[in-house]
Design a protein around this ligand. Structure first.
Ligand SMILES: *Cc1c(COP(=O)(O)O)cnc(C)c1O
Length: 414
């Protein structure tokens, strides 16, 4: 393996070693000579909670406390290097048991996903492109030397949890609402050596999450302090690993204290725009006269592995390319904050939004960079028209107003 691309080569090897991805047959890893059991959703065991023990709160009550309110059940599956994956369990939601020496508590051997289940206006319960979350969790897991698994099994487990908890926790009487699903993998081996964990736990919870996609007056972003970056080329900003988030909170808190919602993370001496908080970031501008003066939707590229490959980002790019063809050009390229400032100064800045599962499509109204304020038009005061159209298309797919292959219907147990 070439020394200059050790990480990507090692990742390619690990992904090639996942038999399920290579040939779709098994999903176990081999331990020397014997094939060990892979993650297998068909082996799911079910232990039900008392359905009358907890009432379902309304959204506002559920999000008013200091604790995330989860549904009745969770799914867990354990992995050991010596024995492979255990049969997954669906069981009552509750605390995990870990030794204080567990790998995750010391070396951040943790990765996670975030996706939502949507109660459609047609009564059906849907996930939005869950296969992409499952695949991304595999990539994140391998990046921090946690075990591999067949991502289609994770998708099936997510569906299984929603099949059981969906009818009660996201009732048909609440169309247009959602629950937030949080799959995660952690290293659990109780040994303090800095080494690849030989034991791991995969778990999936479902919870309430506050509505964040339409803050009054739009989302206000503050660029990061000059002495802090979120991710770097050669790092792991492209993986959804816990290690990316804790250290970013210092800057976020500082921005909040100044009345801003999130950090706009810039990169390098050039000040490339990368992400807004834990969301991808989009700008819609008109190119200069000499470049044709056309509408362009711009977002940071994936190829330098600086940013997270968001499912929302990808869907925006794909839908805009398909449905705004001829009207708006969609461009994934490096662009700097100075280009945004210049577009603003020349009156070419049209709209901007953050895109991610948590914030969904959230219009940005202001960016503060150093001593400079960029004010972004927001149409009727809520959202620019392109932001609103893109958000509308996605909402229609999520809530079943448009039947689309991205909306995966949960087969609920009534
Ligand atoms: C999760 C996340 C996103 C958004 O990804 P989605 O798949 O759209 O939810 C963007 N950036 C970062 C850093 C993230 O952690």
């Amino acid at each position: 393996m070439a020394a200059e691309d050790l990480t990507s080569t090692a990742m390619d090897h690990k992904i090639a070693e996942q038999p399920a991805l290579a040939n779709g047959k098994t999903n176990g890893h081999t331990n020397g000579t014997t094939a060990l059991p892979g993650l297998d959703a068909s082996k799911l065991t079910i232990t039900r909670a008392d359905p009358t023990a907890r009432a379902v709160p309304d959204q506002a009550t559920a999000c008013s406390g200091l604790e995330t309110i989860c549904t009745d059940h969770m799914i867990t599956a354990t992995w050991k290097h010596s024995t492979g994956w255990s049969a997954p369990e669906l069981k009552p939601y509750g605390p995990l048991s870990l030794m204080p020496t567990a790998s995750v508590l010391h070396y951040a051997t943790e990765c996670f996903e975030g996706l939502k289940a949507y109660r459609g206006h047609d009564g059906s319960l849907r996930l939005f492109r869950p296969n992409l979350n499952a695949k991304r969790m595999l990539m994140s897991s391998l990046r921090i030397s946690l075990p591999g698994f067949d991502p289609t099994q994770v998708e099936k487990l997510i569906l299984a949890l929603m099949a059981v908890d969906g009818p009660k926790w996201l009732p048909r009487s609440r169309p247009g609402s959602y629950l937030y699903l949080r799959p995660a993998v952690i290293g659990t081996q109780p040994q303090l050596g800095v080494q690849t964990t030989k034991e791991a736990l995969l778990f999936i919870t479902a919870s309430f999450m506050p509505l964040m996609d339409s803050p009054q007056g739009g989302l206000k972003l503050h660029t990061n302090p000059e002495d802090m970056i979120r991710a770097w080329v050669g790092g792991f900003g492209y993986a959804k690993v816990g290690a990316n988030y804790g250290p970013s909170l210092l800057a976020t808190n500082e921005a909040r204290a100044r009345g801003f919602g999130q950090i706009l993370w810039l990169y390098g001496p050039e000040g490339y725009c990368t992400e807004a908080g834990a969301s991808n970031f989009f700008v819609l501008w008109r190119t200069k006269e000499e470049e044709g003066g056309k509408l362009q939707l711009v977002t940071a590229p994936l190829d330098d592995k600086l940013i997270l490959d968001g499912v929302t980002r990808r869907s925006v790019v794909e839908l805009a390319r398909e449905r705004l063809a001829g009207e708006v050009e969609v461009v994934e390229r490096k662009y700097t904050i100075d280009e945004v400032v210049e577009a603003d100064r020349e009156g070419r800045l049209v709209e901007s939004f953050a895109a991610g599962t948590a914030y969904f499509i959230c219009p940005v109204s202001q960016i503060r960079h150093r001593d400079h304020d960029i004010h972004i038009p927001m149409g009727k005061g809520e959202s620019g028209q392109y932001t609103a159209r893109i958000k509308g298309w996605m909402t229609d797919i999520m809530y079943g107003n448009e039947q689309h292959p991205w909306g995966v219907v949960v087969d609920e147990q009534q």
